[in-house]
Design a protein around this ligand. Structure first.
Ligand SMILES: NC(=O)C1=CN([C@@H]2O[C@H](COP(=O)(O)OP(=O)(O)OC[C@H]3O[C@@H](n4cnc5c(N)ncnc54)[C@H](OP(=O)(O)O)[C@@H]3O)[C@@H](O)[C@H]2O)C=CC1
Ligand SMILES: O=C(O)C1=N[C@H](C(=O)O)C[C@H](O)C1
Length: 272
């Protein structure tokens, strides 16, 4: 954001969710942004109540709403950690309002990504399976390590999340797999091993494998393993606080204010 620019107004979608509640608090506490809206699903019991008090803090003078059109009209940015169906709809509405759309949601199908790409013709969209500085740095490291090693080194990605997570593998695991594939100069989809069970036969040379753990309240853990005969490299990121994602998302919303329409990611935002 350029010096002297007005402080951007930000709407949080999915305000009742784990990330939504964290974002309401984070944006409200930031001197660099103004919280101008908190959106929930139609019919949600929080509608009309103060966004600060329902998320466990002091009153903010912002009534929770279920009307995205009205909310986005007041915003310079929308921060959205919801579901693929909701984010695709919000991408079109945010583009209409010419608001920067920061999408943290994961689990998109290819058809959803096409619709997000279409919206990005008219507005700035920043989308990343993980908004933390640490994971985006890890993705760059995974890319570099993969570029330095040949197919004698098997690449496996192991991720763990809380019991409520609905998509697998995580958006972060896919991001890390994509980065490792890029380092090797291949497409992930052509080399992706999607989980193993039964008599699988030996590992296919050059595959990038994914393994998923779900349980308890794990915020998010990711290992990128490079395994060869006689040695192994493990690159690891452990998230212990969702604030890291909120911090990254707000940074993306501010960064997006001065950009041309298009689809960006956190590597762009962080300049990595
Ligand atoms: N990129 C990143 O850095 C991160 C990404 N994530 C991703 O963010 C997403 C949300 O995670 P989390 O907060 O844990 O999930 P929650 O289930 O806690 O929250 C999701 C929120 O979105 C709302 N929502 C879902 N679908 C709709 C819809 N169709 N219309 C309106 N509102 C909707 C839910 O409302 P209701 O409860 O009423 O259904 C809820 O408030 C996930 O995809 C997760 O993987 C999470 C953390 C970091
Ligand atoms: O659902 C979550 O919680 C998380 N989702 C993101 C993902 O799918 O990678 C990011 C983070 O790991 C937490």
């Amino acid at each position: 954001m350029s010096e002297g620019a007005p402080i951007p107004g930000i709407v949080i979608t999915g305000a009742s969710g784990r990330m939504g509640q964290m974002l309401v608090k984070h944006v409200a506490a930031s001197p660099k942004a103004r919280l101008v809206g908190a959106l929930v699903r139609e019919g949600h019991p929080w509608i009309g109540q103060d966004a600060g008090t329902v998320t466990g803090g002091a009153a903010l003078g912002i009534a929770v709403t279920d009307d995205p059109l009205e909310a986005f009209a007041k915003a310079q940015a929308v921060i959205d950690f919801t579901s693929p169906a909701a984010s695709v709809e919000f991408a079109a509405l945010a583009a209409q309002a010419r608001a920067v759309h920061v999408i943290g949601t994961t689990g998109f199908a290819p058809v959803d990504l096409e619709r997000i790409r279409a919206a990005a013709r008219h507005a700035v969209i920043v989308r990343a399976g993980n908004m933390s500085l640490g994971v985006n740095l890890l993705a760059q490291l995974a890319r570099k390590v993969a570029a330095a090693l040949d197919d004698d080194w098997d690449i496996e990605i192991v991720e763990a999340h809380h019991r409520m997570k609905v998509d697998a593998p995580s958006g972060t695991a896919l991001m890390l797999g994509t980065a490792a594939a890029a380092g090797r100069g291949v497409e992930l989809e052509a080399h992706r091993a999607r989980g193993r069970e039964g008599v699988t036969g030996p590992r296919r040379r050059g595959d990038i494998g994914f393994a998923v753990v779900r349980g308890g309240d794990v915020v998010g853990e990711h290992d990128v393993i490079f395994a060869a005969d006689g040695e192994r490299i493990v690159l690891r990121h452990l998230a212990t606080d969702r604030a890291i994602f909120a911090r990254g998302a707000l940074r993306a919303a501010l960064w997006g204010q001065d950009r041309k329409p298009g689809e960006y990611d956190m590597i762009d935002v962080l300049g990595l």
